[in-house]
Design a binder for this molecule. Sequence first.
Ligand SMILES: NC(=O)c1ccc[n+]([C@@H]2O[C@H](COP(=O)([O-])OP(=O)(O)OC[C@H]3O[C@@H](n4cnc5c(N)ncnc54)[C@H](O)[C@@H]3O)[C@@H](O)[C@H]2O)c1
Ligand SMILES: O=C(O)C[C@H](O)C(=O)O
Length: 320
Amino acid sequence: MARKKIALIGSGMIGGTLAHLAAKKEMGDIVLFDIAEGMPQGKALDLSQCGPVEGFDAKITGTNDYADIAGADVVIVTAGVPRKPGMSRDDLLGINLKVMKAVGEGIKNNAPDAFVICITNPLDAMVWALREFSGLPHNKVVGMAGVLDSARFATFLAWEFDVSVKDVNAFVLGGHGDTMVPVTSYTTINGIPVNDFAKIKGVSESRIDEIVDRTRKGGGEIVGLLGNGSAYYAPATSAIAMAEAYLGDTKRILPCASYVDGKYGLDGLYVGVPTMIGAGGTEEVIEIELSDEEKSNLKVSTDAVEELLEACKGLDSSLA
Ligand SMILES: NC(=O)c1ccc[n+]([C@@H]2O[C@H](COP(=O)([O-])OP(=O)(O)OC[C@H]3O[C@@H](n4cnc5c(N)ncnc54)[C@H](O)[C@@H]3O)[C@@H](O)[C@H]2O)c1
Ligand SMILES: O=C(O)C[C@H](O)C(=O)O
């Protein structure tokens, strides 16, 4: 059986990390694409030379030509610009929307059967625009954010309780902005609801609220510390988890920016919701019961995404 092909559109910090992870896991052959000349080729050479040391077989190539992504099974998109300290993700809308147009056309013309995972910010608007520009079916285009946001929530909870991260099952819904909704009612420590566990451990409600707030601002915290660029290790590993679910048809339930039309009272929007990923792409959006407060928090978050979609339509009339 031929090896799978993974195309990475954007070969910057996340793109390079994705290539390394995918190669180490022998997920398939890897094509690094970027508009910067020489850079994807250089990264591909460097990464190829990890192979003998790490013991992986993967053909890794770099290119500036979309024709080289032909036949890709999975395409992961990080092309565009990251924010700088003091900026919000939404400030990237205008510049990254133009990038999504070029990338969407490149995918449509060269890899229309791929499962496409978008990472570029502002995430929920960019994955929607990428789907529109590419014309691929909605179930084959998804955004990565919830896996990362949930991993941040889990990390902070594990630190607070001094327990293994493996036992923390944390869950974040909504758009990938500061209005995202970490959902404590669905967050457990190996099955024990987090609020019950907090009582057992003598952790106050206000401390859990602080952790929720730190999760919401988790991306900005790293942007502020790095000073130049944004997080890339955890974003890359989160997207790889989604790609593995597709390639292995594992039917994992992951929080993804999926197309929601009807559920959660939403009308044709990409936003973070529990999603089953298998060979069919995003096979099912799972609608869960939420409290009135959670519903109203989700509404604030989805309203913010809707505003960004309107802004996209204003910037590019082909989206209107
Ligand atoms: N969804 C998330 O949870 C999440 C997490 C982290 C970062 N991000 C976003 O991911 C994006 C990439 O982050 P990064 O750290 O890898 O940035 P980076 O600057 O290191 O890499 C981006 C790459 O995109 C390339 N690029 C620009 N325009 C292009 C085009 N038209 N076609 C192809 N390539 C193009 C650049 O040359 C650069 O190499 C940013 O928008 C960032 O905000 C999202
Ligand atoms: O915060 C950013 O700008 C990057 C990304 O969205 C993140 O959450 O790390």
